[in-house]
Design a protein around this ligand. Sequence first.
Ligand code: DX5
Ligand code: ZN
Length: 229
Amino acid sequence: MDFDRSIKIAPSILSADFADFGREIRAVEDQGADWVHVDVMDGHFVPNITFGPPAVAAFRKHVRTVMDVHLMIAPVDPYIDAFARAGADIITAHVEAGPHIHRTLQAIRGAGARAGVALNPGTPAESVEHLLDLADLVCVMTVNPGFGGQKFIDMTDKVRRLRAMIGDRPVHIEIDGGVDPTTAPALARAGADVLVAGSAVFRGGSVSNSAPYGENIAAIRAAAEGALG
Ligand code: DX5
Ligand code: ZN
């Protein structure tokens, strides 16, 4: 997994058919997805429950690109090894999930995965300032985590600040929540390179009719790349 700042589209399988994850993952990858985003929720840190390490291990068999695992769970440290063993390429933990995010990022790298740190909309960019040498990715939430299909919250200014803080470090800026062709351009211009999208990728398509997935991915990519000029 080499580092670059090209635009990457990461469909969130939270918007996929939950009875058919394998085919959904293969469909979005065939249709141009760069990464596959997996949202893990615990009904405690966020008010929704999705899947645990055995499910993520099952997804792994179908992912040929990059499996990007977003942990919306607290506590997070006791589960890092299990998600690393499940085959996550990137494990992202929330800065709000506990008092020791520095230790959490060390543990993620120690388990052999790339380390991501996510910020809720109410959390300032400065909260990760002292973590940037320990992180491979900063995830800026543009919705309050817990559900797909929510209204976008503008965090362009936060992205711009993070981009300046990151400087030359090989750290991705990922956006998660409400990304579509209308919201992507300003985020790309501000410095985001990984765009997670659930509803805006899966809408209009299905495993037996996956061309809309490709059109949706291409539309988000074109909007973001167009903004970079
Ligand atoms: C929200 C999740 C997101 C979600 C995005 O808690 O972290 O990844 O699936 O869904 P959309 O793109 O529909 O806002
Ligand atoms: Zn997510």
